[in-house]
Write a protein that binds this ligand. Structure first.
Ligand code: SF4
Length: 382
């Protein structure tokens, strides 16, 4: 057996990703999420030990700090190409001067989460049967394209314990809420005890059927998901996990092991990829990530057109780019690898699915369409 090549599935978890300047750190530290949190890269000098910073990046780290801080786990920082300023990990984690530009379509609260849709602080209740519940505004890595950058990374705006209690009261007093998205920031920045207590409190509300955990930790700090924590959270099933892989460079052995551990503990993981110019605005990049996700038992769920958050216009792609990507995937690979393309309507209109046009003609008698290969077919209209 020793001479057999590794299968496509075992290959994903073999070895470890690069460690950059942390090559001498003991495995026990590197694999400890608390060590990763404590040693996050937060300054120009610290980042200059990891990558060759451009003058623009140096200036941007200083200029954007007051608005939206920089923080990068050593694990995620070590995935960067030290010599390539257009590296997709670097684009997502290192500030750029474009963040200070307010584009003509930019909005402070792009999804209308804070206004009329927020009945109590920390709860957005927009759809009839589900709520968003913000439990922290901290994250291991501050993604430069973050939709909630207006409050994320600001320690003053983090949800205090009494705010979380208010949110739980709101959910308990609204029997129509059957689905709760626990979000932030990244909820996985809370301690094991607080997460367990929060999930137990939600599970104790009789009308809450489904809990969803929205977290980018599988991408930026996969070490956070320890078997011990997952055993504790699995008591509160059904718990679904929404995560946010954007590029194949994030598809590391550590991330693969994390997703498999989640699946082994009964967590159904879906990926919400955000379309970003220069990162993943390319069908082949999306296909590679989605095939990798499926090998780890995680499901490509959404491909999101970037929101109109202030200072993110340099990331936005034309709407046609997403449609072209879906057209390039649909039929050419398994349907499970094809996510829903979504625009989250500005101002709080909710998620609108976009589908490439396949119908050429439609009347009372027949529908004429083209399949994925461009061949024409007809189907009776009724
Ligand atoms: S992990 Fe999510 S909430 Fe945190 S900075 Fe990234 S996109 Fe924003």
């Amino acid at each position: 057996m020793g001479g057999m090549p590794p299968s496509a599935v075992t290959r994903d978890i073999a070895g470890r990703s690069p460690r950059g300047p942390w090559a001498d750190v003991a495995d026990a530290d590197w694999n400890d999420w608390r060590w990763q949190q404590r040693n996050r890269v937060r300054s120009v000098d610290a980042l200059a030990r990891v990558i060759h910073l451009t003058d623009g990046e140096r200036e941007a780290i200083r200029a954007t700090g007051a608005e939206f801080r920089m923080a990068i786990t050593p694990y995620y920082a070590a995935l960067m190409d030290p010599d390539d300023p257009s590296c997709p990990i670097r684009a997502q984690a290192v500030p750029r001067m474009e963040e200070l530009v307010r584009g003509p379509h930019d909005l402070d609260d792009p999804l209308g989460e804070d206004g009329a849709a927020m009945p109590v602080p920390g709860i957005t209740h927009r759809y009839p049967d589900r709520v968003l519940f913000y439990v922290t505004h901290n994250c291991p890595v501050y993604c430069r394209h973050c939709t909630r950058k207006r409050k994320v990374s600001d320690p003053q705006s983090a949800a205090a314990r009494d705010q979380i209690a208010l949110g739980l009261d709101y959910i308990a007093s609204h029997p129509e809420v059957r689905d709760v998205l626990v979000s932030g920031g990244d909820p996985m920045t809370l301690s094991d005890d607080r997460l367990d207590a929060l999930f137990a409190a939600l599970r104790a509300i009789p009308h809450v059927e489904v809990i969803r955990l929205c977290t980018r930790n599988p991408v930026t700090l996969p070490q956070r998901f320890t078997p011990e924590l997952l055993r504790r959270l699995a008591k509160h099933h059904p718990v679904y996990v929404h995560t946010h892989f954007n590029h194949p460079r994030e598809c590391t052995p550590e991330a693969a092991r994390c997703l498999r551990l989640l699946a082994d503990h009964g967590f159904n993981v879906g990926n919400q990829m955000v379309l970003l110019r220069g990162v993943n605005d390319d069908a082949e990049v999306v296909r590679q990530v989605n095939h990798w996700l499926l090998r780890q038992r995680a499901r490509p769920y959404y491909l999101l057109q970037a929101d109109l958050a202030v200072g993110t216009s340099h990331f936005r792609t034309p709407v046609a780019t997403g449609l072209d990507i879906i057209r390039a995937l649909r039929g050419h690979t398994s349907g499970m690898a094809v996510p829903h393309l979504i625009i989250d309507a500005p101002g709080g209109g909710g998620k609108i699915p976009l589908v490439p046009e396949y119908i050429e003609h439609q009347d009372d008698e027949r529908i004429v369409f083209r399949n994925y290969a461009g061949e024409r077919y007809e189907y009776p209209a009724r």
